[in-house]
Design a binder for this molecule. Structure first.
Ligand SMILES: Cc1cc2nc3c(=O)[nH]c(=O)nc-3n(C[C@H](O)[C@H](O)[C@H](O)COP(=O)(O)OP(=O)(O)OC[C@H]3O[C@@H](n4cnc5c(N)ncnc54)[C@H](O)[C@@H]3O)c2cc1C
Length: 285
C-alpha cells in the first residue's frame, strides 16, 4: 500500500509530462486534479521517437513494464544525405545502452492514463480547458476552467505544453534560443516496407532540408523545413512527393513515386526553442 502524503496538486495538461507527473503524485498518495483541454489523445502529427533518456525517465518511474507492453520498434539508426549522396550512416544505439525506440505517443498516453485512473486520489478532468490562474493574496491558489468552475490546490503544475498559458499568465517569459523554425509535416500511410526507409533520414539538397522516418505503426512521416517567414507552397501530393524523392535514397524515391498521391496535405508547425530563466511563482511550477 502506498504511503499517504498530504497536499493537493492541480496538474494542467495531460501530455507525457502532466500524465507521468500526476501518476507519480497520485501513487505517492497525494490528491491530484489532472485537467486536460482535449477529450482524446489522437494528435495525428507527432513523432514517435522515444530517446534513451526518455526511456530511462520512464524506467525510473517504475514504468518499464508499461513501456514494454506498447507496440513499438527500435530505430535502426541515422542517415544523412547531402545532394543525393549518403554522407554518413550510424546505427543505433549511439552512445547509450538502449536504442532509440519508436512508440506511438497516443498509446503511451493512453497507457499512462489507464494507470493513473487506478489511483483513488486522482481526479481526471478531460475536455476542460484552463482559462486563467486564480490568485489569493499574491499566491497562485488554483485555476479557473472554461465552464467557470475553480480547481484549487497547494501547488499548480503547468504541464500545458510549449506555449503554456499558465507560464505566460504567471509572467514567466521565454528567452528565444535561435530563430524560430517553421516546418511542414506529412504522412504517407503505411505499411511501408523496411527496405523503403532505413532509420531516421535527414535529407539536404539545393538549400532545402527535409527528413523521413518510418513510424511505429509503419506509416512514413516526412518533414520539410521552410525558410523563415516563407508561406506554405501550394503543391499537389505528387509534387511534394517528387520534391522528397529527389533528396534521398533510390528506395525512398521509388516508394514516393509509386505511392505519392496518397501523401497527406502538409501540416504547418513552428518550433521555438526557448529558455525560461524562472520556473516558478508562489503556488505554481
Ligand atoms: C510534429 C511534432 C513531432 C514531434 N516528434 C517528436 C519525437 O519524435 N520525439 C520526441 O521526443 N518528441 C517529439 N515531439 C515533441 C513532443 O511531442 C513534446 O516534447 C512533448 O509532447 C512535450 O510534452 P508535454 O507533456 O510537455 O506537452 P504536450 O505534449 O504539448 O502536452 C500539453 C497538454 O496540455 C494540454 N493543454 C494545453 N493548454 C491547456 C489548457 N489551457 N488547459 C488544459 N489543458 C491544456 C494540451 O491539450 C496537451 O495535451 C514532436 C512534436 C511535434 C509537434
Amino acid at each position: 500500500m502506498s504511503e499517504q502524503r498530504s497536499g493537493r496538486f492541480v496538474v494542467v495538461g495531460a501530455g507525457p509530462c502532466g500524465l507521468s507527473l500526476a501518476l507519480q503524485l497520485a501513487k505517492a498518495g497525494c490528491q491530484v486534479d489532472l485537467i486536460e483541454a482535449s477529450a482524446q489523445f489522437s494528435r495525428q502529427f507527432r513523432g514517435d521517437a522515444l530517446m534513451p533518456c526518455g526511456q530511462e525517465a520512464l524506467a525510473r518511474m517504475g514504468l518499464t513494464e508499461l513501456l514494454e507492453g506498447l507496440p513499438q520498434r527500435r530505430l535502426e539508426g541515422w542517415r544523412v544525405w547531402v545532394e543525393g549522396r549518403l554522407l554518413f550512416e550510424v546505427a543505433e544505439p549511439m552512445g547509450s545502452l538502449q536504442p532509440c525506440r519508436l512508440v506511438p505517443q497516443q498509446r503511451l498516453l493512453e497507457a499512462l492514463l489507464e494507470q493513473a485512473l487506478k489511483q483513488p486520489s486522482l481526479r481526471w478532468l478531460p475536455g476542460q480547458a484552463v482559462q486563467e490562474l486564480d490568485w489569493e493574496q499574491g499566491r497562485i491558489s488554483g485555476v479557473r476552467l472554461a465552464d467557470g468552475s475553480l480547481c484549487r490546490g497547494d501547488l499548480v503544475l503547468g504541464c500545458d505544453g510549449r506555449s503554456s498559458l499558465l507560464r505566460r499568465q504567471a509572467g514567466l517569459g521565454l528567452i528565444p534560443q535561435g530563430p524560430k523554425l517553421e516546418l511542414l509535416w506529412f504522412v504517407l500511410p503505411g505499411p511501408i516496407q523496411e527496405d523503403g526507409v532505413w532509420g531516421f533520414e535527414t535529407l539536404v539538397r539545393g538549400g532545402a532540408i527535409a527528413s523521413a522516418c518510418r513510424s511505429a505503426n509503419g506509416d512514413l512521416q516526412l518533414a520539410w523545413l521552410l525558410e523563415s517567414g516563407q508561406s506554405t507552397p501550394e503543391l499537389s501530393a505528387e509534387a511534394w512527393s517528387e520534391r522528397f524523392a529527389a533528396m534521398g535514397s533510390a528506395a525512398l524515391a521509388q516508394l514516393l513515386r509509386q505511392r505519392g498521391e496518397a501523401l497527406s496535405k502538409p501540416q504547418r508547425f513552428s518550433v521555438q526553442v526557448g529558455m525560461a530563466e524562472r520556473w516558478q511563482r508562489p503556488g505554481l511550477l
